[in-house]
Design a protein around this ligand. Sequence first.
Ligand code: BEZ
Length: 210
Amino acid sequence: MALQLGDTAPDFTADSTEGSISFHDWIGDSWCILFSHPKDYTPVCTTELGAAAKLKSKFADMGVKIIGLSVDGVEDHNGWSGDIEETQGVALNFPLLADPDRKVSDLYGMIHPNANDTLTVRSVFVIDPNKKVRLTITYPASTGRNFDEVFRVVQSLQLTDKHKVATPVNWKQGEDVIIVPALSDDEADKLFPGGYNRIKPYLRTTKCPS
Ligand code: BEZ
């Protein structure tokens, strides 16, 4: 069965551009974004890896480590890294897992046989420090990911883990949030002393907690 939200992210040991990686140990106390690439030396993936490398420090500021996977071997990954740096203006600055035997791809259901029976789709998994899967997104090989959206969801997850709020449609960091319906008005009065807007009994908005 496909990995679902709340499942423990499967652990594995695999070779990468930064040496052998024991996944859970590598994540440590951080959040993690694991994302798959169909193949080395492919154009869309090249742009994605460049974009991810540019976002690495922004993710690190939020306690998030990023790690890619492609079904080719480390030698190909290393050769491709040169092209990524040359064409995207940034060097690969996070590990790219090698998965020539599809071990990790199979564990994470990254190969969708009716789309392509050997290459991975573009999977994204956000994994929290407890190693639980918190977000899954699957893109087709022909469509490059929107890493800004992944970043936005991590911001929402971290906020909503900490406070009794949820984030509305198209929410961006700093914008008003929704008080979870499970909270009574009395509890909301105590938890949000700055006040809130009661549009409906189940729809109450408040300033984004800092
Ligand atoms: C790409 O990354 O450009 C790509 C990879 C596999 C199939 C189609 C496009």
